[in-house]
Design a binder for this molecule. Structure first.
Ligand SMILES: Cc1ncc(COP(=O)(O)O)c(C=O)c1O
Length: 389
């Protein structure tokens, strides 16, 4: 296994291969049941195998999922998203988050005729070379020449990156809604930072790209920087759009429409209708059930419960992130993250699937009873860790 889904470094019993999921639970191929606090690393928003979403998906699939051109779902979904996300005047669909962030940058470059992109150190925007660290194996030095780095929440470092890149050369500044890098606590975006980045983009004539791939639909239906009063020019979405079906979208403001229409952008499966039908149903249910509020309430209970348990067991922990995307780290755990690896292994043994260093995800299927059951099991895992140490 490769990438972040490899469990090679994890505890021996930590599951690698899965057989099925239902609601807030997953089962591995050995038949072990887990309360799932990872939600497929984001895509599962309403719970696994959601019957109404699956029915909507399957109904469209039965008529033909991938045809010679898009079906009506594309228009309906584009209209829904453009109506829901204030900065958006048009939509362009693809499959993965990397597609959406890449399309955003290509559009920004086509619109401005410029090449440079500014991004935060350690932020993740997918696997295109421009977004990877210079030392990423298999990428060439030339592929990294146009990326200039700054520190998240540090406007002075953004200004330094602007100087380094040259004002007239910057096509875009790309940001995640908050700092959600692996191996470290999640940190909210400071309002002044979000607004400052917007102002810098306006001053230098660059596009502000908000990478909402991981946070989208878990924080704010309108886009995750609405809370700061900041609207991007382009926003990239994927993971949770279709409750597990493959779909991504680039949303853009009017001044970028023409450029988006000119770029070379296509994929054999990008316009498949069934995931779009699933997305229409997913967003419909999320809104009708006030799902974001549910995740916030239950996520807060989980975060508070974990903090209290850790204290009772005598562990110092940091629990960070928005309630729908919690993360627990042991502060003195780097560089090998031994405590986190051991604790997540104990959690798996007690039937909770979570991650030692990557933020977790809640879904609307995580109700009070599930959170209580999860906390009972994490409590046992803290006790195991204490005994082991
Ligand atoms: C913020 C962010 N951007 C982009 C991506 C890339 O998405 P994908 O893995 O679907 O290509 C991810 C994936 O984790 C992400 O978290």
């Amino acid at each position: 296994m490769y990438g972040h889904l490899s469990t090679a470094r994890f505890a021996d019993d930590y599951p690698q291969f899965f057989a099925r999921g239902e609601g807030a639970k997953v089962w591995d191929v050995d038949g072990r049941e887990f309360i799932d606090l990872m939600c497929t690393f984001g895509p599962i928003l309403l719970g696994h195998a959601h019957p109404e979403v699956d029915a909507a998906h399957n109904e469209t699939a039965a008529r033909g999922d991938v045809l010679n051109g898009p079906g009506p779902e594309l228009v309906e979904l584009a209209e829904l998203l453009v109506g829901q996300v204030p900065h958006a005047d048009w939509a362009m669909f693809a499959k993965n988050g990397t597609d959406a962030t890449g399309l955003a940058l290509t559009t920004a470059r086509a619109a401005s005729g410029r090449s440079k992109v500014l991004m935060a150190r350690n932020s993740y925007h997918g696997i295109d070379a421009w977004a990877l660290p210079a030392e990423a194996p298999g990428t060439t030095a030339e592929e990294h020449l146009n990326t200039v780095w700054f520190d998240y929440n540090d406007l002075d470092s953004v200004e330094a990156a602007v100087l380094e890149a040259g004002e007239g050369a910057i096509a875009a500044i790309v940001c995640t809604p908050h700092r959600h890098d692996v191996y470290t606590d999640q940190v909210p975006a400071e309002r002044a930072f979000a607004q400052g980045v917007r102002e810098i983009c306006d001053r230098v004539g660059a596009a502000l790209i908000l990478d909402d791939v991981r946070c989208g639909l878990r924080i704010d239906l309108r886009g995750s920087w609405e809370q700061h009063g900041v609207r991007p020019d382009l926003s990239a979405w994927s993971k949770s759009l279709a409750n597990g079906y493959a779909l991504a979208v680039l949303l853009g403001a009017e001044p970028y429409r023409e450029a988006a229409g000119k770029i070379v952008a296509t994929g054999s499966f990008w316009l498949a209708g069934a995931p779009m039908a699933a997305a229409l149903k997913t967003i419909d249910i999320l809104k009708a059930t006030d799902g974001i509020a549910t995740m916030e309430t239950q996520g807060t209970r989980l975060q508070e419960g974990l903090r209290a348990q850790a204290q009772e067991h005598g562990f110092e922990v940091s629990v960070s992130g928005p309630p729908a995307m919690p993360l627990l780290l042991f502060p003195d755990d780097a560089p090998d993250f031994a405590k986190g690896l051991a604790w997540s292994g104990h959690c798996a043994n007690h039937g909770v699937y979570l991650h030692p260093v990557h933020n977790w995800f809640l879904s609307t299927a995580h109700d009070g009873a599930i959170i209580d059951a999860a906390l009972e099991r994490t409590d046992l895992a803290f006790a195991d860790l204490k005994r082991a140490l």
